[in-house]
Design a protein around this ligand. Structure first.
Ligand code: ADP
Ligand code: MG
Length: 535
């Protein structure tokens, strides 16, 4: 594309290669878009549910990750097709808003697209399909609210929260330890939650991974844990009543810029320069000490010379503290982040009860904990596991669980999982379809079929016959007027999800149905694709 000007100086645009661009219109465009998006959804469908499979993804530079988390899978798939990319965004927006349910939302969108394809083949106009889906979505959402139940967060030592966390963790690689991890997640969230305002600042929960040990060794640490130790082994291992100076400038003399040269022609000059450098260090340490700080945390490094000087001046220091840690420490201890030594003042120091080195397990590696921070409580979940792959996946799983608990603190209504909520909505939507006399009726009915796709998929993934088990569950829901009948994935002998205590948050289910419908409507509105030829 280039901009040109005509004789009168008016701009106009020249589109080059227009003839060589691939162009798809109408039905062909709809279908090709739908098929591309469906391909993504199909990849994810085998990962849904407690017996869902994991995916192994290898990045271009050879890093391997094994995961069951929908958002992570689609993100690492490096999808090129523009419509399929919409599904990636779909999964990510569920992740950002809710945290859990990232696989389910894509699978549901896939089922809806499948239905849309059949409707298009029948000759129904895409806008009618869109409209019908929209109306059905409203009915489903309303029904979800009527079948939702409020839980008591406090009762039985937060048992309901733990169960909800277990449901989120039950489908992950770490499911064997779901109860322990669930408890850790609940305690962590409650520690930092503001129950009066029903709000949780998830930034105050730091998740630190460290390979070694096993997943059982995962634990909750009250305070901020940083994977660093004091910069010199002879510095004190514990600083009580800490006044923290948080620096984002390096402990080193200013370096000559590339443009300037320093000419040293005699030994004296060299000595002078050396002394000047020393003086810089001494001044810096003095400035820090003068403010009353008794520990310095530095985002940058410092060399052995500076390190030695810090030790001599009895100022414990930590180097290479990561940027996110710096922010968290600033938030929790009330420290101001100081970018220049000249700006250090006593008010800018952060306060904490204690900063100390701790050691975990039998390894020699040490980490630092900052306890009893002045401003807010902050906690760290230290995840252990045999390999990087395991700890990474455990981190993603615990993130899901933490999000579920936060959502329940915000809104304590739940629906039951195992596909029961979707099935109940499907029944309601089907009833509604009968009341609609226009063409949309077909689309509404298809929406119900798509909702049924979720329990179908769950049953399929755990080796049950999907059609029989969904049919059985549906007839029992109708007969007993019980919206809690779903798929008994773990073969516990009951299909009542209340008895199995499979809790899912209402907010997550609502969001899943709404987001999936939105994306499908968006795809159905694209009737012309103009793309470079190599697409
Ligand atoms: P997502 O990324 O969408 O959360 P999951 O793999 O966590 O995907 O699977 C969630 C689905 O599995 C939900 O529909 C949930 O109801 C269902 N589910 C989870 N645990 C069980 C269980 N023990 N029995 C039956 N269904 C379950
Ligand atoms: Mg989940």
């Amino acid at each position: 594309m280039s901009l040109a000007f005509d004789d009168y100086g008016r701009p106009y645009i020249i589109l080059r290669d227009q003839g060589q661009k691939k162009r798809m219109k109408g039905l062909e465009a709809y279908k090709s878009n739908i098929l591309a998006a469906k391909a993504v959804a199909n990849t994810l469908s085998s990962s849904l549910g407690p017996k869902g499979m994991d995916k192994m993804l290898v990045s271009p530079d050879g890093d391997v990750s094994v995961t069951n988390d929908g958002a992570t899978i689609v993100e690492k798939m490096e999808i090129q097709h523009p419509t399929a990319k919409l599904l990636v965004e779909l999964s990510q927006s569920q992740d950002a808003e809710i945290g859990d349910g990232t696989t389910g939302v894509v699978v549901l969108a896939g089922k809806l697209l499948e239905q849309a394809l059949t409707l298009l083949d029948k000759g129904i106009h895409p806008l009618k399909i869109s409209d019908g889906f929209d109306r059905a979505c409203d009915v489903a959402i309303k029904h979800l609210e009527t079948i939702s139940e409020e839980i008591d967060i406090q009762a039985n030592e937060h048992e309901a929260l733990i169960q909800a966390a277990c449901t989120a963790l039950g489908s992950k690689v770490v499911s064997k330890r779901k109860r322990e991890l669930g408890k850790i997640a609940v305690t962590a969230v409650l520690d930092v939650a503001d129950l009066a305002r029903r709000d949780v600042n998830l930034d105050l929960i730091k998740i630190q991974t460290k390979t070694g040990g096993s997943v059982e060794d995962t634990r909750l640490i009250s305070g901020i844990l940083i994977d660093k130790d004091m910069s010199h082994p002879q510095m004190p291992k514990e600083v009580n009543d800490a006044r923290i100076c948080l620096l984002t400038c390096p402990f080193e003399p200013p370096k000559p810029k590339t443009k300037h040269n320093i000419n040293i022609s005699s030994a004296e000059d060299y000595k002078k320069l050396y002394q000047q450098e020393q003086q810089y260090f001494v001044d810096m340490v003095k400035l820090v000490k003068a403010s009353g700080a008794n520990i310095a945390l530095c985002q940058w490094g410092f060399d052995d010379e500076a390190n030695h000087l810090l030790l001599q001046n009895e100022l414990p220091a930590v180097r290479w503290v990561s940027g996110t840690d710096v922010e968290l420490i600033a938030m929790a201890t009330g420290a101001r982040i100081i970018p220049r030594f000249q700006e250090i003042t006593p008010e800018k120091l952060g306060k904490a009860g204690c900063v100390k080195e701790v050691q975990f397990g039998t390894s020699n590696e040490r980490m630092l904990v900052i306890e009893n921070c002045q401003c807010t409580k902050a906690v760290t979940i230290l995840i252990r596991g045999g390999s990087q792959m395991i700890v990474d996946e455990a981190k993603r799983s615990i993130h899901d669980a933490i999000c579920v608990i936060r959502n329940l603190i915000k809104d304590n209504r739940i629906v039951y999982g195992g596909g029961s909520a979707e099935l109940a909505c499907a029944i309601q939507v089907l009833q509604y379809a009968d009341e609609v006399s226009s063409v949309e009726q077909y689309a509404i009915r298809s929406f119900a079929d798509a909702l049924e796709g979720i329990p179908c998929c769950l049953a399929d993934n755990c080796g049950l016959n999907p059609i029989t088990s969904v049919a059985q569950a549906k007839s029992r829901q109708l007969k007993e007027n019980n919206p809690r009948i779903g798929i008994d994935c773990m073969e516990l002998g009951t299909t009542d999800m209340k008895e199995q205590r499979i809790y899912e948050t209402l907010s997550s289910k609502k969001q899943q149905i709404q987001l999936a419908t939105q994306v499908v409507k968006m795809i159905l509105k694209i009737d012309d694709v103009i793309a470079p030829d190599d697409y």
